[in-house]
Design a binder for this molecule. Structure first.
Ligand code: SF4
Length: 488
Protein backbone atom coordinates (compact mmCIF):
# COMPACT_ATOMS: atom_id res chain seq x y z
CA UNK A 1 0.00 0.00 0.00
CA UNK A 2 1.47 3.37 -0.79
CA UNK A 3 1.21 6.68 1.00
CA UNK A 4 2.90 10.04 0.53
CA UNK A 5 6.31 8.44 1.02
CA UNK A 6 5.95 5.36 -1.15
CA UNK A 7 5.53 1.74 -0.24
CA UNK A 8 6.18 0.91 3.39
CA UNK A 9 6.58 -2.49 5.03
CA UNK A 10 3.75 -3.60 7.28
CA UNK A 11 4.82 -4.23 10.88
CA UNK A 12 3.97 -7.55 12.48
CA UNK A 13 1.07 -7.31 14.90
CA UNK A 14 1.49 -7.85 18.64
CA UNK A 15 4.76 -6.39 19.88
CA UNK A 16 5.23 -3.92 17.04
CA UNK A 17 8.84 -2.80 16.59
CA UNK A 18 10.32 -3.92 19.85
CA UNK A 19 12.25 -6.87 18.53
CA UNK A 20 15.47 -6.66 16.49
CA UNK A 21 16.03 -8.67 13.33
CA UNK A 22 19.42 -9.87 14.51
CA UNK A 23 21.21 -10.28 17.86
CA UNK A 24 22.89 -7.20 19.33
CA UNK A 25 26.47 -8.54 18.99
CA UNK A 26 26.05 -9.06 15.23
CA UNK A 27 24.47 -5.65 14.62
CA UNK A 28 26.96 -3.94 16.96
CA UNK A 29 29.96 -5.41 15.15
CA UNK A 30 28.70 -4.02 11.84
CA UNK A 31 27.99 -0.60 13.37
CA UNK A 32 31.49 -0.45 14.83
CA UNK A 33 32.88 -0.70 11.31
CA UNK A 34 31.13 2.53 10.27
CA UNK A 35 33.60 5.32 11.04
CA UNK A 36 31.22 8.09 9.87
CA UNK A 37 28.51 6.82 12.23
CA UNK A 38 30.94 6.80 15.16
CA UNK A 39 32.08 10.36 14.36
CA UNK A 40 28.46 11.62 14.10
CA UNK A 41 27.50 9.93 17.36
CA UNK A 42 30.63 10.94 19.26
CA UNK A 43 30.20 14.61 18.35
CA UNK A 44 26.46 14.74 19.07
CA UNK A 45 26.50 12.87 22.38
CA UNK A 46 29.48 14.89 23.67
CA UNK A 47 27.62 18.14 22.91
CA UNK A 48 24.41 17.04 24.66
CA UNK A 49 26.34 15.65 27.65
CA UNK A 50 28.12 18.96 28.18
CA UNK A 51 24.88 20.97 27.92
CA UNK A 52 23.12 18.69 30.38
CA UNK A 53 25.96 18.84 32.89
CA UNK A 54 25.96 22.67 32.75
CA UNK A 55 22.24 23.16 33.45
CA UNK A 56 22.01 20.38 36.03
CA UNK A 57 24.86 21.98 37.96
CA UNK A 58 22.79 25.19 38.23
CA UNK A 59 20.23 23.56 40.53
CA UNK A 60 21.33 23.10 44.15
CA UNK A 61 18.36 20.79 44.80
CA UNK A 62 18.89 18.53 41.78
CA UNK A 63 19.28 15.42 43.93
CA UNK A 64 16.10 16.25 45.86
CA UNK A 65 14.26 16.69 42.55
CA UNK A 66 15.52 13.29 41.37
CA UNK A 67 14.37 11.69 44.60
CA UNK A 68 10.95 13.35 44.24
CA UNK A 69 10.63 12.11 40.65
CA UNK A 70 11.58 8.60 41.72
CA UNK A 71 9.07 8.61 44.59
CA UNK A 72 6.19 9.88 42.41
CA UNK A 73 6.87 7.23 39.79
CA UNK A 74 7.10 4.47 42.41
CA UNK A 75 3.71 5.55 43.77
CA UNK A 76 2.21 5.60 40.26
CA UNK A 77 3.46 2.10 39.51
CA UNK A 78 2.18 0.80 42.84
CA UNK A 79 -1.33 2.21 42.23
CA UNK A 80 -1.47 2.31 38.45
CA UNK A 81 -4.99 0.93 38.13
CA UNK A 82 -6.51 3.62 40.33
CA UNK A 83 -4.68 6.51 38.62
CA UNK A 84 -5.67 5.25 35.16
CA UNK A 85 -9.33 4.98 36.12
CA UNK A 86 -9.23 8.51 37.50
CA UNK A 87 -7.58 9.75 34.31
CA UNK A 88 -10.22 8.01 32.21
CA UNK A 89 -13.15 9.50 34.11
CA UNK A 90 -11.68 13.05 34.17
CA UNK A 91 -10.77 12.99 30.47
CA UNK A 92 -14.17 11.58 29.46
CA UNK A 93 -15.94 14.02 31.77
CA UNK A 94 -14.46 16.90 29.75
CA UNK A 95 -15.59 15.62 26.35
CA UNK A 96 -12.71 13.29 25.40
CA UNK A 97 -13.14 9.64 24.40
CA UNK A 98 -10.92 6.99 26.02
CA UNK A 99 -9.96 3.69 24.36
CA UNK A 100 -7.99 0.79 25.86
CA UNK A 101 -5.58 -1.35 23.82
CA UNK A 102 -3.98 -4.56 25.09
CA UNK A 103 -1.26 -4.68 22.44
CA UNK A 104 0.13 -3.09 19.29
CA UNK A 105 -2.41 -4.75 17.01
CA UNK A 106 -5.35 -3.48 19.05
CA UNK A 107 -3.91 0.04 19.31
CA UNK A 108 -3.27 0.20 15.57
CA UNK A 109 -6.78 -1.07 14.81
CA UNK A 110 -8.34 1.57 17.07
CA UNK A 111 -6.34 4.47 15.59
CA UNK A 112 -6.80 3.28 12.01
CA UNK A 113 -10.55 2.93 12.57
CA UNK A 114 -10.77 6.43 14.03
CA UNK A 115 -8.89 7.98 11.10
CA UNK A 116 -10.96 6.05 8.59
CA UNK A 117 -14.08 7.35 10.29
CA UNK A 118 -13.04 10.91 9.43
CA UNK A 119 -12.46 10.04 5.77
CA UNK A 120 -8.94 11.56 5.92
CA UNK A 121 -6.19 10.04 3.73
CA UNK A 122 -3.35 11.78 5.56
CA UNK A 123 -2.54 12.54 9.20
CA UNK A 124 0.08 14.80 10.78
CA UNK A 125 2.03 13.37 13.70
CA UNK A 126 3.89 14.72 16.68
CA UNK A 127 7.01 12.70 17.43
CA UNK A 128 5.93 9.71 19.49
CA UNK A 129 8.14 6.78 20.34
CA UNK A 130 5.11 4.72 21.37
CA UNK A 131 3.67 4.97 17.85
CA UNK A 132 7.08 3.75 16.60
CA UNK A 133 6.89 0.93 19.15
CA UNK A 134 3.52 -0.28 17.86
CA UNK A 135 4.38 0.28 14.17
CA UNK A 136 1.47 2.70 13.70
CA UNK A 137 2.73 4.36 10.51
CA UNK A 138 2.94 1.01 8.75
CA UNK A 139 -0.52 0.03 9.94
CA UNK A 140 -1.90 3.35 8.66
CA UNK A 141 -0.10 2.88 5.34
CA UNK A 142 -1.65 -0.57 5.04
CA UNK A 143 -5.05 1.14 5.37
CA UNK A 144 -4.15 3.68 2.68
CA UNK A 145 -3.49 6.51 5.14
CA UNK A 146 -0.24 8.50 4.91
CA UNK A 147 1.30 9.58 8.21
CA UNK A 148 3.46 12.70 7.97
CA UNK A 149 6.06 13.06 10.72
CA UNK A 150 6.36 16.73 11.65
CA UNK A 151 9.27 16.68 14.12
CA UNK A 152 12.30 17.71 12.04
CA UNK A 153 14.44 14.73 13.02
CA UNK A 154 11.55 12.29 12.56
CA UNK A 155 10.89 13.85 9.15
CA UNK A 156 14.54 13.28 8.19
CA UNK A 157 14.21 9.64 9.28
CA UNK A 158 10.95 9.21 7.39
CA UNK A 159 12.15 10.84 4.18
CA UNK A 160 15.37 8.81 4.37
CA UNK A 161 13.37 5.54 4.64
CA UNK A 162 15.39 5.05 7.78
CA UNK A 163 14.79 4.09 11.41
CA UNK A 164 15.22 6.35 14.48
CA UNK A 165 18.45 5.69 16.37
CA UNK A 166 17.96 7.86 19.47
CA UNK A 167 14.94 8.53 21.68
CA UNK A 168 15.20 12.28 21.49
CA UNK A 169 17.33 12.91 18.41
CA UNK A 170 16.09 10.20 16.06
CA UNK A 171 18.44 11.28 13.23
CA UNK A 172 21.53 11.59 15.45
CA UNK A 173 23.36 9.21 13.11
CA UNK A 174 23.01 11.69 10.22
CA UNK A 175 25.17 14.76 9.59
CA UNK A 176 24.16 17.95 7.79
CA UNK A 177 25.46 16.89 4.40
CA UNK A 178 23.51 13.64 4.56
CA UNK A 179 20.33 15.50 5.56
CA UNK A 180 20.69 17.89 2.62
CA UNK A 181 20.99 14.93 0.25
CA UNK A 182 17.85 13.33 1.70
CA UNK A 183 15.87 16.56 1.35
CA UNK A 184 16.99 17.07 -2.25
CA UNK A 185 16.15 13.48 -3.13
CA UNK A 186 12.86 13.02 -1.26
CA UNK A 187 11.24 16.32 -0.38
CA UNK A 188 8.75 17.48 -3.02
CA UNK A 189 9.57 21.01 -4.16
CA UNK A 190 12.99 21.20 -2.45
CA UNK A 191 15.19 24.02 -3.79
CA UNK A 192 18.03 22.48 -5.88
CA UNK A 193 20.33 25.20 -4.46
CA UNK A 194 19.68 24.03 -0.86
CA UNK A 195 22.83 24.24 1.31
CA UNK A 196 23.63 22.20 4.40
CA UNK A 197 23.40 25.23 6.70
CA UNK A 198 21.11 24.33 9.65
CA UNK A 199 18.98 27.43 9.03
CA UNK A 200 18.47 26.51 5.35
CA UNK A 201 17.58 22.91 6.18
CA UNK A 202 15.11 23.99 8.86
CA UNK A 203 13.53 26.51 6.47
CA UNK A 204 13.07 23.84 3.79
CA UNK A 205 11.36 21.55 6.32
CA UNK A 206 9.23 24.41 7.61
CA UNK A 207 7.88 25.25 4.12
CA UNK A 208 7.19 21.63 3.36
CA UNK A 209 5.42 20.98 6.67
CA UNK A 210 3.38 24.19 6.73
CA UNK A 211 1.34 22.95 3.75
CA UNK A 212 0.73 19.65 5.54
CA UNK A 213 -0.38 21.31 8.79
CA UNK A 214 -2.87 23.57 7.05
CA UNK A 215 -4.41 20.69 5.12
CA UNK A 216 -4.54 18.22 8.03
CA UNK A 217 -7.88 17.04 9.39
CA UNK A 218 -6.41 14.54 11.84
CA UNK A 219 -3.47 14.93 14.23
CA UNK A 220 -1.83 12.04 16.08
CA UNK A 221 0.33 12.58 19.15
CA UNK A 222 2.04 10.75 21.91
CA UNK A 223 2.11 12.13 25.43
CA UNK A 224 4.83 12.94 27.93
CA UNK A 225 2.61 13.08 31.00
CA UNK A 226 -1.10 12.70 31.79
CA UNK A 227 -2.46 14.20 35.01
CA UNK A 228 -4.97 11.87 36.65
CA UNK A 229 -6.65 14.44 38.91
CA UNK A 230 -7.68 16.71 36.00
CA UNK A 231 -7.53 14.48 32.91
CA UNK A 232 -4.93 16.83 31.38
CA UNK A 233 -2.51 15.57 28.71
CA UNK A 234 0.91 17.19 28.27
CA UNK A 235 3.37 17.18 25.36
CA UNK A 236 6.74 18.95 25.50
CA UNK A 237 8.77 19.76 22.40
CA UNK A 238 11.25 22.21 20.94
CA UNK A 239 10.06 23.15 17.46
CA UNK A 240 6.40 24.15 17.68
CA UNK A 241 5.37 21.42 15.26
CA UNK A 242 3.64 19.65 18.10
CA UNK A 243 1.58 22.73 18.96
CA UNK A 244 0.43 22.84 15.29
CA UNK A 245 -0.60 19.17 15.32
CA UNK A 246 -2.38 19.54 18.63
CA UNK A 247 -4.39 22.63 17.72
CA UNK A 248 -5.07 22.81 13.95
CA UNK A 249 -6.80 19.51 13.02
CA UNK A 250 -10.44 18.85 13.85
CA UNK A 251 -9.64 15.39 15.21
CA UNK A 252 -6.84 14.69 17.70
CA UNK A 253 -5.85 11.12 18.60
CA UNK A 254 -3.35 10.71 21.43
CA UNK A 255 -1.63 7.37 21.95
CA UNK A 256 -0.27 6.87 25.46
CA UNK A 257 1.59 4.12 27.30
CA UNK A 258 -0.26 3.40 30.53
CA UNK A 259 2.81 4.22 32.64
CA UNK A 260 2.78 7.92 31.63
CA UNK A 261 0.14 8.95 34.16
CA UNK A 262 1.08 11.20 37.11
CA UNK A 263 -1.27 11.80 40.04
CA UNK A 264 -1.46 15.61 40.33
CA UNK A 265 -0.55 18.90 38.71
CA UNK A 266 2.03 19.48 41.43
CA UNK A 267 3.72 16.22 40.40
CA UNK A 268 3.85 17.46 36.84
CA UNK A 269 5.91 20.41 38.10
CA UNK A 270 8.66 18.05 39.25
CA UNK A 271 8.95 16.36 35.87
CA UNK A 272 8.81 19.60 33.89
CA UNK A 273 12.02 20.54 35.71
CA UNK A 274 13.72 17.16 35.43
CA UNK A 275 12.95 16.38 31.80
CA UNK A 276 14.30 19.35 29.78
CA UNK A 277 17.55 19.60 31.75
CA UNK A 278 18.18 15.86 31.35
CA UNK A 279 17.05 15.68 27.74
CA UNK A 280 18.16 18.68 25.70
CA UNK A 281 20.13 20.50 28.36
CA UNK A 282 17.54 23.30 28.49
CA UNK A 283 16.06 24.93 31.58
CA UNK A 284 12.57 24.43 30.22
CA UNK A 285 11.09 23.11 27.02
CA UNK A 286 10.38 25.79 24.41
CA UNK A 287 6.84 24.41 23.94
CA UNK A 288 4.78 22.82 26.70
CA UNK A 289 1.27 22.02 25.41
CA UNK A 290 -1.53 20.86 27.68
CA UNK A 291 -5.13 20.05 26.89
CA UNK A 292 -8.01 18.73 28.93
CA UNK A 293 -10.77 17.10 26.90
CA UNK A 294 -12.57 19.37 24.42
CA UNK A 295 -12.80 23.15 24.56
CA UNK A 296 -15.90 24.16 22.54
CA UNK A 297 -15.01 26.35 19.58
CA UNK A 298 -11.25 26.16 20.23
CA UNK A 299 -8.90 23.50 18.84
CA UNK A 300 -9.83 19.90 18.01
CA UNK A 301 -13.46 19.05 18.73
CA UNK A 302 -13.08 15.28 18.35
CA UNK A 303 -10.50 14.25 20.95
CA UNK A 304 -9.41 10.66 21.69
CA UNK A 305 -7.01 9.03 24.11
CA UNK A 306 -5.78 5.48 23.38
CA UNK A 307 -4.27 3.84 26.49
CA UNK A 308 -1.81 1.15 25.44
CA UNK A 309 -0.47 -1.76 27.50
CA UNK A 310 1.66 -3.73 24.98
CA UNK A 311 3.66 -5.61 27.61
CA UNK A 312 3.65 -2.99 30.34
CA UNK A 313 1.54 -4.93 32.83
CA UNK A 314 3.88 -7.91 32.37
CA UNK A 315 6.81 -5.65 33.28
CA UNK A 316 4.83 -4.29 36.20
CA UNK A 317 4.44 -7.82 37.57
CA UNK A 318 8.21 -8.18 38.10
CA UNK A 319 9.19 -6.08 41.17
CA UNK A 320 12.87 -6.08 40.18
CA UNK A 321 12.23 -5.03 36.58
CA UNK A 322 9.30 -2.70 37.25
CA UNK A 323 11.34 0.51 37.85
CA UNK A 324 12.14 0.59 34.11
CA UNK A 325 8.53 1.74 33.62
CA UNK A 326 9.38 4.93 35.52
CA UNK A 327 11.38 6.18 32.52
CA UNK A 328 10.45 9.65 31.27
CA UNK A 329 12.33 9.15 27.96
CA UNK A 330 14.86 11.90 28.52
CA UNK A 331 17.64 9.88 26.82
CA UNK A 332 20.35 11.04 29.25
CA UNK A 333 21.34 7.40 29.77
CA UNK A 334 21.97 6.97 26.04
CA UNK A 335 24.19 10.02 25.87
CA UNK A 336 26.52 8.81 28.64
CA UNK A 337 26.61 5.15 27.68
CA UNK A 338 29.99 4.06 26.25
CA UNK A 339 28.30 1.21 24.38
CA UNK A 340 25.60 3.41 22.79
CA UNK A 341 28.15 6.06 21.86
CA UNK A 342 30.10 3.55 19.80
CA UNK A 343 27.39 1.46 18.15
CA UNK A 344 24.41 3.86 17.91
CA UNK A 345 20.74 3.04 18.24
CA UNK A 346 20.12 0.76 15.27
CA UNK A 347 22.28 -2.00 16.73
CA UNK A 348 19.75 -2.48 19.54
CA UNK A 349 17.06 -3.45 17.03
CA UNK A 350 14.32 -2.10 19.28
CA UNK A 351 12.82 1.41 19.07
CA UNK A 352 14.15 1.88 22.62
CA UNK A 353 17.95 1.92 22.26
CA UNK A 354 20.73 2.38 24.79
CA UNK A 355 20.57 1.45 28.47
CA UNK A 356 16.82 2.05 28.83
CA UNK A 357 16.17 -0.06 25.74
CA UNK A 358 18.31 -2.85 27.17
CA UNK A 359 16.06 -3.04 30.25
CA UNK A 360 12.69 -2.04 28.79
CA UNK A 361 12.45 -3.90 25.49
CA UNK A 362 13.16 -7.41 26.87
CA UNK A 363 10.50 -6.85 29.50
CA UNK A 364 7.90 -5.63 27.03
CA UNK A 365 8.47 -8.48 24.57
CA UNK A 366 9.45 -11.27 26.96
CA UNK A 367 13.14 -11.90 27.64
CA UNK A 368 13.55 -14.57 24.96
CA UNK A 369 12.78 -12.10 22.15
CA UNK A 370 15.46 -9.58 23.10
CA UNK A 371 17.79 -11.88 24.98
CA UNK A 372 21.05 -10.22 23.95
CA UNK A 373 20.11 -6.65 24.98
CA UNK A 374 20.74 -7.00 28.76
CA UNK A 375 24.33 -7.94 27.86
CA UNK A 376 24.84 -4.75 25.81
CA UNK A 377 26.41 -2.98 28.75
CA UNK A 378 29.70 -2.68 30.58
CA UNK A 379 27.73 -2.13 33.84
CA UNK A 380 29.77 1.03 34.45
CA UNK A 381 26.79 2.70 36.14
CA UNK A 382 26.94 6.01 34.24
CA UNK A 383 23.28 5.58 33.22
CA UNK A 384 22.18 5.31 36.86
CA UNK A 385 24.14 8.43 37.80
CA UNK A 386 22.38 10.65 35.24
CA UNK A 387 18.88 9.19 35.31
CA UNK A 388 16.51 11.94 36.51
CA UNK A 389 14.19 9.39 38.14
CA UNK A 390 17.05 7.30 39.58
CA UNK A 391 16.32 4.06 37.74
CA UNK A 392 19.01 1.59 38.81
CA UNK A 393 19.58 0.31 35.28
CA UNK A 394 22.71 -1.77 36.07
CA UNK A 395 20.82 -3.79 38.70
CA UNK A 396 17.94 -4.41 36.30
CA UNK A 397 20.41 -5.50 33.62
CA UNK A 398 21.92 -8.05 35.99
CA UNK A 399 18.44 -9.20 37.01
CA UNK A 400 17.41 -9.67 33.37
CA UNK A 401 20.62 -11.56 32.59
CA UNK A 402 19.73 -13.94 35.43
CA UNK A 403 16.19 -14.30 34.08
CA UNK A 404 17.58 -15.07 30.64
CA UNK A 405 19.95 -17.71 32.00
CA UNK A 406 17.08 -19.30 33.92
CA UNK A 407 14.77 -19.20 30.89
CA UNK A 408 17.44 -20.70 28.65
CA UNK A 409 18.40 -23.47 31.10
CA UNK A 410 18.02 -26.80 29.35
CA UNK A 411 17.89 -30.36 30.72
CA UNK A 412 20.95 -31.10 28.54
CA UNK A 413 23.81 -28.99 29.94
CA UNK A 414 25.44 -26.60 27.44
CA UNK A 415 29.14 -25.85 26.98
CA UNK A 416 29.10 -23.09 29.62
CA UNK A 417 27.41 -25.32 32.22
CA UNK A 418 29.87 -28.15 31.51
CA UNK A 419 32.83 -25.76 31.79
CA UNK A 420 31.55 -24.37 35.11
CA UNK A 421 30.96 -27.87 36.49
CA UNK A 422 34.48 -28.90 35.48
CA UNK A 423 35.93 -25.75 37.08
CA UNK A 424 34.00 -26.44 40.29
CA UNK A 425 35.35 -30.02 40.37
CA UNK A 426 38.94 -28.88 39.84
CA UNK A 427 38.79 -26.06 42.39
CA UNK A 428 37.24 -28.29 45.07
CA UNK A 429 40.58 -30.08 45.60
CA UNK A 430 44.05 -28.57 46.21
CA UNK A 431 45.67 -31.49 44.40
CA UNK A 432 43.46 -31.18 41.32
CA UNK A 433 43.87 -27.39 41.31
CA UNK A 434 47.67 -27.69 41.46
CA UNK A 435 47.67 -30.23 38.61
CA UNK A 436 45.47 -27.92 36.50
CA UNK A 437 47.86 -25.03 37.15
CA UNK A 438 50.82 -27.12 36.06
CA UNK A 439 48.93 -28.13 32.92
CA UNK A 440 47.99 -24.50 32.31
CA UNK A 441 51.65 -23.57 32.17
CA UNK A 442 51.75 -25.33 28.80
CA UNK A 443 50.06 -22.15 27.60
CA UNK A 444 53.49 -20.50 27.82
CA UNK A 445 54.44 -22.49 24.74
CA UNK A 446 51.81 -20.78 22.55
CA UNK A 447 52.04 -17.26 24.01
CA UNK A 448 53.65 -14.29 22.22
CA UNK A 449 54.93 -11.22 24.08
CA UNK A 450 53.07 -12.22 27.24
CA UNK A 451 49.70 -12.77 25.50
CA UNK A 452 47.77 -15.70 24.03
CA UNK A 453 45.68 -14.58 21.05
CA UNK A 454 43.70 -17.77 20.46
CA UNK A 455 42.69 -20.65 22.73
CA UNK A 456 41.06 -23.93 21.65
CA UNK A 457 37.35 -24.66 22.40
CA UNK A 458 35.65 -24.36 24.83
CA UNK A 459 37.89 -21.40 25.75
CA UNK A 460 37.87 -19.97 22.22
CA UNK A 461 34.94 -17.68 23.10
CA UNK A 462 37.16 -15.85 25.60
CA UNK A 463 39.94 -15.11 23.10
CA UNK A 464 37.52 -14.27 20.27
CA UNK A 465 37.33 -10.70 21.57
CA UNK A 466 40.36 -10.35 23.87
CA UNK A 467 43.83 -11.77 24.57
CA UNK A 468 44.51 -14.09 27.48
CA UNK A 469 47.65 -13.48 29.59
CA UNK A 470 50.39 -16.12 29.40
CA UNK A 471 50.48 -18.15 32.67
CA UNK A 472 53.35 -17.09 34.98
CA UNK A 473 56.55 -19.15 35.06
CA UNK A 474 55.71 -20.32 38.57
CA UNK A 475 52.44 -20.55 40.44
CA UNK A 476 51.75 -18.75 43.70
CA UNK A 477 52.00 -22.08 45.56
CA UNK A 478 55.41 -22.79 44.07
CA UNK A 479 56.59 -19.32 44.99
CA UNK A 480 55.29 -19.79 48.57
CA UNK A 481 57.04 -23.10 48.95
CA UNK A 482 60.29 -21.63 47.70
CA UNK A 483 60.07 -18.61 49.99
CA UNK A 484 58.68 -20.29 53.14
CA UNK A 485 59.71 -23.88 52.77
CA UNK A 486 56.33 -25.46 53.52
CA UNK A 487 53.33 -26.08 51.34
CA UNK A 488 50.16 -23.98 51.72
S1 SF4 B 1 16.13 5.49 31.97
FE1 SF4 B 1 16.36 7.45 33.03
S2 SF4 B 1 18.06 8.46 31.92
FE2 SF4 B 1 17.31 6.79 30.57
S3 SF4 B 1 15.80 7.73 29.24
FE3 SF4 B 1 14.68 6.92 31.00
S4 SF4 B 1 14.53 8.61 32.47
FE4 SF4 B 1 16.12 9.16 30.99
Amino acid sequence: MSGAFGTLPVAPSGVGRLRGDEPFPVAARRALGDAQLRRNLGRATATIRAKRARVVAELPDWEELRAAGQAIKADVLAHLDGYLERLESEFAGRGGIVHWARDAAEANAIVTGLVRGTGAGEVVKVKSILTDEIGLNDALAAAGIAAVETDLAELIVQLGHDRPSHILVPAIHRNRAEIREIFLREMPGADPGLTDEPRALAEAARRYLRRRFLAARVGISGVNFAVAETGTLCVVESEGNGRMCLTLPQTLITVMGIEKVVPTFADLGVFLQLLPRSATGERMNPYTSMWTGVTPGDGPQDVHLVLVDNGRTAALADPAGRPALACIRCSACLNVCPVYERVGGHAYGSVYPGPIGAVLSPQLTGIEQNATLPYASSLCGACYDVCPVKIDIPSILVHLRARHVEAARSPVPGAEAVTMAAAAYVMASAGRFGAAQRAGRLGRLIGRRGRIGRLPPPLAGWTAARDAPVPPAQTFRQWWRREHGDPL
